[in-house]
Design a protein around this ligand. Structure first.
Ligand code: FAD
Ligand code: MG
Length: 346
């Protein structure tokens, strides 16, 4: 009898302990916040058991993005890039290691694309002013003059972290790559804080951290270039990767029924015009994806696809103005068109 009571008491204790334990297992919940920086809308969402820690992580991430903007914005004279630009043709400017790293990464893409991507594009970006109140079609003379000043080979380095532009009036613009770097830095912060599931969206520059909380892949929508923001033409399944799109549909102005967008061909000085209206890169590093999406947009379908197929672990989706969709070979199973007016063209 005593034995039986002991047995039942132990059993009851185990049951109570299990109930208490289950009660203590906190559920993952989503914490999300958004803000406006880098000239765009940023949204960070993390899944965490500790709401306050999630909010603190997001706050640190936004602070880090602000730090990057303060160093790398071509729009701020006091940023490191602003100082390099102000001293073009004059003196070396000492900048932080990370600014040198991103300039060098951008030059890597300039070399890889034979100058289709060029971080010294700044003079042309400023001249067109697309997305600013000064946007206009420049004169032929202005474009010819600016073209002389677009050449990544005229970015000079001294020692570990001094940079100079060899000609007066040259300008660096990292708008085609630094958003990706900011996304990578945010991913790093989140990983360091122990976050296992997150979506980082810096104005369409998306990073998926881990899988979804339920263990399945994320489904990232690919913007329909002909429809308002948020309308998707396809879906790609990803985890622990980035999805970055360059398109002609967000920063542009219309003149005489023609669309002038913000991705400039450094060979012509005009917005790139080769049939592409959207180029999406899927890979591990968002810095690389950002540099490559802009590169592919300028290179065009054939050269762009050739470049992507030559790179390990990099995939792309290119959409042309006639609604044809070109995908790299490694993507077939993960990408699905959801609007049948788009046609796969491989
Ligand atoms: P992407 O295709 O990734 O990049 C296009 C951008 O790259 C162009 O806007 C231009 O800046 C540059 N570019 C154009 N042609 C080429 C080329 N051939 N090779 C290389 N680069 C090229 N926007 C604002 O309106 N106000 C701001 O204050 C502002 N600050 C910013 C600060 C930072 C640090 C960064 C990274 C961006 C900032 N932006 C700002 C946005 C920026 O001006 C670009 O418009 C934006 O980065 C475009 O990103 P995207 O992903 O749409 O296109
Ligand atoms: Mg880019």
């Amino acid at each position: 009898m005593k034995n039986k009571i002991l047995k039942y008491s132990i059993l009851a204790a185990i049951i109570i302990l299990t109930i208490v334990q289950v009660g203590c297992t906190k559920e993952l919940q989503m914490v999300s916040d958004s803000t406006y920086m880098l000239g765009t809308y940023l949204q960070l969402s993390v899944w965490t058991t500790n709401k306050q820690e999630g909010m603190d992580t997001i706050k640190s991430s936004f602070e880090r993005i602000k730090e990057i903007e303060d160093k790398m914005s071509a729009n701020l004279d006091e940023s490191e890039i602003g100082q390099i630009n102000l001293n073009a043709g004059k003196t070396y400017v000492e900048v932080s290691e990370e600014t040198v790293d991103i300039i060098e990464r951008a030059i890597h893409y300039a070399e890889l694309t034979n100058g289709a991507f060029d971080p010294a594009i700044g003079k042309l970006v400023k001249l067109w002013g697309i997305g600013t109140e000064n946007e206009r079609i420049p004169t032929q003379d202005e474009i010819q003059n600016a073209l002389q000043l677009v050449d990544y080979q005229k970015i000079e380095f001294q020692g570990d972290n001094k940079v100079k532009l060899s000609e007066a009036d040259m300008r660096i613009d990292l708008g085609g790559i630094a958003k990706g770097y900011a996304a990578d830095e945010v991913t790093k912060i989140m990983k360091n804080k122990g976050i296992k599931h997150a979506i980082i969206n810096l104005g369409g520059n998306v990073v998926t951290l881990g899988k979804k909380a339920d263990g399945t892949s994320w489904k990232v929508g690919i913007q329909d270039p002909f429809e308002p923001t948020g309308t998707h033409m396809g879906v790609i399944e990803v985890y622990d990767q980035t999805v970055v799109t360059s398109g002609n549909y967000e920063r542009y102005f219309m003149a005489d029924d023609k669309r002038y967008h913000h991705i400039i061909d450094p060979k012509t000085g005009y917005p790139a015009e080769n049939g592409i209206i959207s180029a999406t890169i899927i890979t591990n590093s968002s810095t690389d994806a950002d540099g490559l999406s802009t590169s592919i947009y300028v290179l065009g379908v054939e050269k762009g696809m050739q470049l992507i197929e030559s790179l390990e672990n990099v995939e792309c989706i290119i959409i042309t103005e006639d609604k044809k969709v070109y995908t790299s070979t490694g993507l077939t199973e993960r990408f699905q068109i959801i609007d049948s007016s788009f046609q796969i063209e491989n």
